[in-house]
Design a binder for this molecule. Structure first.
Ligand SMILES: *Cc1c(COP(=O)(O)O)cnc(C)c1O
Length: 357
């Protein structure tokens, strides 16, 4: 098969080193002679993976004392419910920056009083609302730092007078964040941290235990903190590959090094979108995501969209179709996507322009 450039939004490209380690571990996990998916999670070999993975999260994101890292099933979508269950007592606010943000808000509304503090729905979520006041009496403010579908990103750690909770599913580990400003950070693994099947939550421990509702055992963050994410069988294979992905990231030089590369990749592609007469970007410039880059055909060129899609596919571009609610194209340039991949897409856009403009 010829070289492919994978720009899929998630599940998505992962480092080759993590894939190779996964293949090897499916044959023989740490010299046990047993495939990693056939070993008890109560073995010391498995526990060492859990410990290493937790330690790597702490090291890479510089997680301060007082925070716990847990690995949970159910994806980011179940975290929407966890957050409301564990923190909503009186009232919570959500920054409505897209479909994922509004799905998170819906879970909270099912349990109590929750509302959108600001929204960019009026312009199909192409920007991040700014300048809103955060009332001091909220249980928490929930934000989605990167809006995977629309290609917008909240690039600052907000100063919030109330606990700040963030869905970082699609930009976690892509840039440095000040963890101490958040009460919870959560993410489905399948965009930057590993394969689908596991979510990570980073939780400020002393913020828990303040709600009066009954918390079902599995939906109580404290269960998973107390049992070190082994209250029940963890998704072992997903965690194994996540650990290998974090090891790769550390070997790349960690967050600052990958961030510099991510910025360069994003700048390369946005520069071409802005230069090329056939394409135009959809997100407000100041809010452009460095992870999901959305663009459409320029006005008057809309009928070329299918043709460009086929043209790019022939040249090995995978997964560049935009989300159905936005249309056009989306290139997801997560950590494991390389400058070479981005350069190949840019070359393809230039070639198409030379043919059509
Ligand atoms: C993909 C995504 C989700 C949903 O993740 P699941 O693990 O599939 O539940 C939630 N939030 C954001 C920002 C996402 O990109």
């Amino acid at each position: 098969m010829s070289k492919v450039h994978n720009f899929t939004a998630g599940p998505c490209v992962l480092p080759q080193a993590a894939i190779d380690a996964a293949i090897a571990a499916l044959k023989d996990f740490k010299g046990t002679g047993v495939p990693v998916i056939c070993i008890s999670h109560r073995t010391k070999e498995w526990e060492s993976v859990m410990n290493e993975c937790r330690a790597l999260w702490r090291e890479l994101l510089d997680i301060p004392e007082g925070y716990e890292v847990v690995f949970l099933g159910g994806g980011a979508s179940l975290q929407f419910l966890y957050v409301a269950m564990n923190f909503l007592e009186h009232k919570a606010a959500y920054l409505d920056t897209g479909v994922w943000a509004s799905k998170a808000l819906k879970e909270a509304k099912g349990l109590g009083e929750a509302y959108a503090i600001a929204s960019s729905k009026d312009k199909n979520y192409t920007y991040i609302p700014k300048g809103f006041e955060i009332p001091a009496d909220l249980d928490y403010l929930h934000v989605t730092t990167n809006n995977t579908i629309y290609g917008t990103e909240l690039k600052v750690d907000l100063d919030s007078p109330v606990p700040l909770i963030a869905d970082m599913s699609s930009d976690i580990l892509s840039r440095r964040v000040d963890v101490s400003k958040y009460t919870v950070i959560y993410a489905g693994a399948q965009k930057n941290a590993g394969p689908a099947g596991v979510a990570v939550a980073i939780i400020k421990k002393d913020a828990l235990g303040k709600v009066s509702r009954y918390l079902p055992t599995m939906l109580d963050y404290r269960t998973h903190i107390d049992k070190e994410s082994m209250f029940n069988t963890p998704p072992v294979f997903s965690i194994f590959v996540m650990n290998e992905t974090l090891k790769w990231l550390k070997a790349q030089g960690g967050i600052d090094a990958i961030h510099a590369r991510n910025v360069k990749k994003a700048e390369t592609l946005y520069a071409e979108i802005d230069r090329n007469s056939l394409f135009t970007g959809t997100a407000a410039k100041e809010d452009r995501s460095i992870m999901n880059i959305c663009f459409v055909m320029a006005p008057g060129k809309e009928d070329l969209a299918d043709e460009f899609f086929a043209f790019a596919k022939e040249r090995g571009m995978v997964g560049i179709k935009g989300h159905r609610s936005v249309g056009g194209f989306r290139a997801s340039v997560y950590n494991a996507c390389t400058q070479e991949d981005v350069d190949a897409l840019v070359a393809c856009m230039k070639e198409f322009e030379a043919l059509k403009a």
